[in-house]
Design a protein around this ligand. Structure first.
Ligand code: ADP
Ligand code: 5GP
Length: 225
């Protein structure tokens, strides 16, 4: 057991912006970081592993878990149910692990309300909507109608960027990751974090990425009206 309490590293984004890719890089680099495996009722995708990417459960099993109070939060996203097990959060905090939560804005909001001092909130944005669409189509894990639905929902998700103090534009992957790792290092090591990491975080906070999020939302609304 570590003497340091763990953090909830909450990473949200519109689908396709790259939060899974960025989270995996963080998990690969830092042994101190674990992944919270959510429960979901959505069908398993090609390449996914049950119990690793998600625990895939039936509607009935999910409902039983809701009734038994096993979820710290759960939400309906793109028509399927997703939930974070309470035991994962409590275990991680107790044992001093930092845990990555890949959740939507509803999950992010709920977790940060329940654990306000432990949550590190990060929102990943695409450079523009055309690239978001390309990434979703290139990933080729969803049918066309599912991709269309995810694109519509992306605008709504981006509209909640304000909940997240840290916002990262995922244009060039290594550059975006350098911001994520700096945000993490500053949280983990506080005043002892390397100066370079502190500079990266300060300049990202000063870059007003919120304005970029607002312009994406405006564009998305114009396109869909
Ligand atoms: P999310 O988890 O937010 O839905 P993913 O991490 O699955 O998004 O990324 C969506 C697709 O975009 C994947 O095919 C991934 O390899 C690709 N991708 C992620 N980040 C970048 C990037 N910076 N440049 C180019 N492609 C990217
Ligand atoms: P996907 O189906 O692409 O894996 O995920 C769809 C969305 O569900 C993503 O925005 C992802 O962050 C979110 N999600 C995954 N697990 C959870 C969870 O446990 N709770 C909530 N609220 N959202 C989740």
């Amino acid at each position: 057991m570590s003497s340091q309490r763990g953090s909830l590293v909450i990473i949200s984004s519109p689908s396709g912006a790259g939060k899974t890719t960025l989270s995996h890089k963080l998990l690969d680099e830092f042994e101190t970081v674990k992944f919270s495996v959510s429960y979901t009722t959505r069908p398993i995708r090609r390449g996914e592993v049950d119990g690793v990417d998600y625990s895939f459960v039936s509607e009935e099993r999910f409902e039983e878990m809701v009734v038994a109070g096993e979820f710290a939060e759960w939400a309906i996203v793109h028509g399927n149910r997703y939930g974070t097990a309470r035991a994962v959060v409590e275990g991680a905090l107790r044992e001093g692990h930092d845990v990555v939560f890949d959740v939507d804005w509803q999950g992010g909001l709920e977790l940060s309300k329940q654990w306000p001092d432990d949550a590190l909130m990060i929102f990943v944005l695409p450079p523009n909507l055309e690239i978001l669409e390309q990434r979703l189509r290139r990933r080729a894990t969803d049918a066309d109608d599912v991709i269309d639905r995810r694109l519509k929902m992306a605008i709504e998700e981006i509209g909640h960027h304000d909940i997240y103090p840290h916002k990262i534009i995922n244009d060039e992957l290594e550059q975006a990751y350098s911001v994520l790792r700096a945000v993490y290092l500053c949280r983990r090591h506080k005043e002892q974090a390397p100066q370079r990491a502190r500079d990266v975080v300060a300049s990202n906070l000063a870059a007003n990425v919120g304005a970029h999020a607002v312009s994406l939302t405006t564009k998305g609304q114009e396109q869909s009206s």
